[in-house]
Design a protein around this ligand. Sequence first.
Ligand SMILES: [Zn+2]
Length: 304
Amino acid sequence: MVLAQDSYDDLTIRRYSSPNFAQVNSYWIETAEGIIVVDAQLFLSQANYLRNEIQNNTGKSVIAVLLTHPHADHFAGLPILAEVAVNDLSIYASQGTYDEMKNGNGGRPLTDLKEIYGNDFPNPEDIPLPNRIVENGDRAAEAKPHRFEIGGVTFEARVMENVDSPSSTVWILPEHNIALVGDFAPDRRTPSLRGGTSANYLARLKEMRELLEEKEIVKAYPGHGEPGTPENLIDQTMAYITYVRTQVETSLVDDAELSDKESTEIEASIKDRFDLKYDTLLLPRITEINLRAIAEELKADKEL
Ligand SMILES: [Zn+2]
């Protein structure tokens, strides 16, 4: 458990990190009206620690939760946060996040996770769904805002499809020059490439790097690992994806297949090359899964 804090004029952001090796970050921002939380932890016990820290430090209620993406390590603790909300908790997310939470969880059914984690995981039907849907500027409407205010703090949503998850949102605080980037640009952690959309993911990372530079964002807060500059987090993620794509592409040259041997060799070279400290708890074979997904993606590209 880590309690870190950064202050920006009138705003303080604090971080709660789960102590297991996946280090799932939740962030919380205190406003006059109450507490805004970004991401809700995987385990009920961890969401409970988060809730206690908020209560012990502020005595205030949680008024809103913002979700970065629909993977269970970022939303399964929601029932605990909903318990301490004043009225109905406002849960902000993209439409794609809502849809995945309701129907999919990216191919890992919540009932399976309940079976694995038992009492430390909620009954899937007890997880509240997002009730405030957000959109990008060009697609925003009254019911789906792009820019909004909670407790006097302005937020902007940047929604991207088919990146580290089917729908990922970067939350920008334009008046404070910070951004919460979720697992779109994690720190020293294997990015999830299992959707087979690494080319799109790279393009969106490049765009986001430019956008955050344009908005003069000085610090980015990731879903795993340590906060850093947007350039550092985005460049780590781009370097990983670019390297892995190149390695897989090379292995496809001779016979258009990624053999088990080639996969194992690439996996070892990734371990040598990248300092991946906060690796995932939910998918222990994530590297192998990523390599297979990229092989399929590159093969499909060649057939076009
Ligand atoms: Zn995560």
